[in-house]
Ligand binder design. Structure first.
Ligand SMILES: *[C@@H]1O[C@H](CO)[C@@H](O)[C@H](O)[C@H]1NC(C)=O
Ligand SMILES: *[C@@H]1O[C@H](CO)[C@@H](O)[C@H](O)[C@H]1NC(C)=O
Ligand SMILES: [Cu+2]
Length: 325
C-alpha cells in the first residue's frame, strides 16, 4: 500500500465515523408513575444532589447547581415565553437539567415526565405528590411552604419572580385549574396544523394546568423552576410538542415561526423590572421573527445550541424518545 492509499483509507474511515447514524439508540424518557420506587428514589436523590452542589457559574443570587438551572429561566423569562422559541427553549432546558443530573450527580436514568392528563382535575390526589416516592404535597395553609417530601426544607435563593430572596418552596394546589391538563386539551393542540397555532395552544392550556394547578412557586412565570416539579411538567409539554411534530416529522422539525419579541407585560407574569431589558430579538435571528438559527442561551449550564439543533429529538444533538405510559 502506498502512502497515498493509506491516506485515502484514513480519510475514508474518518468520514465513516463522522457520518455514522447520529441517534441509533435513543434514551427512554418514561412517565413518572410507571417508574419503580427504586427509579423514583434515584431521580429524587439526584435532584437533592444538585440542591447540595455549590453554584459555580457566577449567576446572580444562585447558591447551588439547582439554583443555576433555575436562573436560566429567571434571567430570560420574557425572552422565552409568548415567543416562537418557547417550546425549543424549554426542550433545551430539560436537556440541560437531565445532563446535570447524569454528569454531576451520578444519575443513570433519563428525565421522566408527568403524564398530567391522568391527574387532570385531581392533582391533589396524584401519586407524584407522595411524601416518600414523590415530590411532597401541597403547601401549608398558613405559610404556603411545602412540609412533606424530600424537598420540604430546601431554601430557594431565586424568586419569587425576579427577586433574590431566601424562601421555602411553596404550593397552593387547585384541582379545578388542574383540569386544563386534560387529554381533550392535549388532543386539541395535537390537531393543530401549523406551528403558529400548535405552539400557542400548548403554551396556553396544557401549560397552564401544571403551573397554576400546583400554584405557588410553580405558578410564577419567572421563578417556577424553583419547584422541582417544573421539570416533570415541562418534559410532559415537550412530549406533547414532539407528538405534534411526529405527525409530520420532516416538515415539523425543519421549520419554526413566531415573534421573538416578548411582551411588555403578561397577566400571571411578574412585571419585568426596569433593569431587565425588554427583549429585542435573540442572537441568531436576523429580524423580529424566530428562525432556526436562534441561539438558546443556557447561561453556562451546558452549551448554547440553536433551535435547529433541538427541533428533532433524535437528531445530531438530542437523542431520546418518549415511552407511552
Ligand atoms: C425538614 O426539617 C424538619 C424540622 O427540622 C425535619 O423534621 C424534617 O425531617 C426535614 N425534612 C427533610 C426532608 O429534610
Ligand atoms: C450563549 O449565548 C449568549 C446569548 O447569545 C451569549 O451571550 C453567551 O456568550 C453564549 N455563551 C456561550 C458559552 O457560548
Ligand atoms: Cu417557562
Amino acid at each position: 500500500m502506498t502512502l497515498f492509499h493509506r491516506l485515502v483509507l484514513l480519510i475514508v474511515s474518518i468520514c465513516a465515523v463522522a457520518s455514522a447514524e447520529p441517534c441509533t439508540n435513543p434514551a427512554k424518557r418514561k412517565a413518572w408513575h410507571t417508574l419503580t420506587n427504586a427509579e423514583k428514589s434515584a431521580y429524587l436523590n439526584a435532584e437533592l444532589c444538585l440542591m447540595k452542589k455549590p453554584a459555580n457559574l457566577g449567576l446572580p443570587g444562585a447558591k447551588t447547581r439547582f439554583d443555576e438551572l433555575q436562573a436560566i429561566h429567571q434571567l430570560q423569562a420574557y425572552a422565552t415565553h409568548f415567543v416562537g422559541a418557547f417550546l425549543p427553549f424549554h426542550r433545551m432546558m430539560m436537556h440541560a437539567h437531565e445532563s446535570a443530573l447524569r454528569t454531576e450527580c451520578g444519575y443513570t436514568g433519563y428525565q421522566p415526565y408527568w403524564h398530567e392528563q391522568m391527574d387532570a382535575g385531581k392533582f391533589s390526589r396524584s401519586t407524584i405528590l407522595d411524601p416518600t416516592y414523590g415530590f411532597g404535597g401541597d403547601g401549608s395553609r398558613t405559610t404556603g411552604c411545602i412540609t412533606t417530601g424530600p424537598f420540604a426544607n430546601y431554601t430557594n435563593s431565586l424568586g419569587p419572580g425576579y427577586e433574590i430572596t431566601n424562601h421555602c418552596i411553596n404550593r397552593r394546589i387547585s384541582d379545578a385549574i388542574s383540569a386544563v391538563s386534560s387529554q381533550a386539551q392535549v388532543n386539541a393542540c395535537l390537531a393543530m396544523t401549523t406551528f403558529e397555532t400548535a405552539w400557542p395552544c400548548i403554551e396556553g392550556q396544557p401549560h397552564t394546568g401544571g403551573h397554576a394547578g400546583i400554584g405557588g412557586q410553580m405558578q410564577n412565570g419567572v421563578s417556577s423552576p424553583g419547584d422541582p416539579l417544573f421539570y416533570l411538567h415541562h418534559t410532559w409539554l415537550d412530549k406533547v410538542f414532539w407528538d405534534w411534530q411526529a405527525r409530520d416529522r420532516a416538515a415539523r422539525v425543519s421549520r419554526i415561526a413566531g415573534t421573538n419579541i416578548g411582551p411588555d407585560f403578561s397577566p400571571g407574569f411578574p412585571p419585568r423590572p426596569s433593569n431587565i431589558p425588554k427583549p429585542k430579538g435573540a442572537d441568531g435571528d436576523p429580524g423580529t421573527t424566530t428562525t432556526m438559527g436562534h441561539v438558546l442561551n443556557m447561561y453556562g449550564n451546558g452549551p448554547n445550541k440553536t433551535i435547529a439543533d433541538v427541533m428533532d429529538i433524535q437528531g445530531n444533538y438530542l437523542c431520546y424518545e418518549y415511552v407511552e405510559p
